[in-house]
Ligand binder design. Structure first.
Ligand code: ATP
Ligand code: MG
Length: 271
């Protein structure tokens, strides 16, 4: 039945073949797909319409989600995606989704996605107790823009129990960004990362404790990312390609840069 319809290939970057059919997208089913659908259903029941709506499965065994209109930027971030207003709107978007997710109890048989490979030694959890389920992967390709501003999120493959601060640290890694200047988009090479983190924190309305936790969590996150991505590169060809193409340099540089700049970011956050 679906073969008769017009399939438009949206992405096949290695991980996921995503096609559009009319006002839906189809993606391969994974062990965690049913859990993600339950989560997305909950968000929609809470009135959060900035995430795809789950619509079950098609005749080819793919998941069906609503098509989210808009544009996703690709790296390096184009100038329009680096405006301060983008950070502010993204922070408010996260806040809205977090507030709606807070209190949702995942099904008892919940399954969560993860990066390939067993957790390598040295990875330290970012929190003791999760607060909520959140997206956890705000790379540019997962943030849909309309009229030049973040309007929706897609790709909940890494959604999982986390904390507000850990999830904000993920978004800030990509969008502040928490990267060494040589690894940033040209428009952000000389930008003040601390000021941008502060802007995001204010727009999200992080409280005093969350502000105090943000930099330590971001530092632990980047340390974990170095270990996890290196381990994934050893077991998965797509991750190996990403690692070799630059992740192997970018992540350790980000870690070193944040070790250097962390105190300054923290003081501005707490100021
Ligand atoms: N529900 C959706 N509505 C509109 N576009 C979508 C939707 N889901 C995915 N896309 C588009 O397809 C692209 C890739 O999809 P997605 O992020 O879900 O998979 P991925 O695992 O990151 O894929 P890959 O790593 O292979 O690019 C997105 O960047 C976006 O452009
Ligand atoms: Mg994606």
């Amino acid at each position: 039945m679906d073969a008769d319809e017009n399939e438009e290939l949206l992405a096949d970057g290695g991980m996921t073949r995503v096609v559009r059919i009319g006002d839906t997208v189809r993606r391969p089913v994974r062990p965690y797909t049913a859990t993600v659908h339950a989560y997305l259903r909950h968000l929609h029941q809470q009135g959060v319409d900035v995430v795809p709506e789950p619509r079950g499965y098609d005749g080819q065994g793919r998941e069906v989600l609503s098509y989210v209109p808009g544009d996703v930027p690709v790296e390096p971030l184009p100038e329009w995606a680096t405006q301060e207003e983008v950070l502010v709107v993204l922070a408010r978007l996260l806040r809205r989704v977090h507030d709606a997710a807070d209190g949702w109890a995942p099904p008892a048989d919940a399954v969560w996605g993860s990066i390939p490979g067993a957790p390598p030694p040295g990875v330290v959890p970012l929190f003791e107790v999760p607060e909520l389920v959140a997206h956890s992967d705000y790379c540019p390709g997962n943030v849909v823009f309309r009229n030049g501003l973040p309007a929706a999120l897609v790709d909940f493959d890494l959604a999982r129990p986390t904390t507000r601060v850990a999830d904000c640290a993920n978004a800030l890694y990509w969008w502040a960004p928490l990267l060494h200047p040589v690894d940033r988009a040209p428009a952000l090479t000389t930008s003040d990362a601390a000021a941008r983190v502060r802007m995001f924190a204010d727009a999200y309305r992080l409280d005093a404790q969350q502000r105090a936790d943000l930099v330590p969590v971001a530092r632990r996150r980047i340390r974990n990312a170095v270990l996890v991505m290196r381990a994934a590169a050893q077991v998965d060809p797509v991750f190996r390609r990403w690692w070799e193409e630059g992740v192997k340099d970018r992540l350790p540089r980000a870690e070193a840069w944040l070790a250097e700049e962390g105190d300054r970011i923290q003081s501005l956050l707490l100021d």
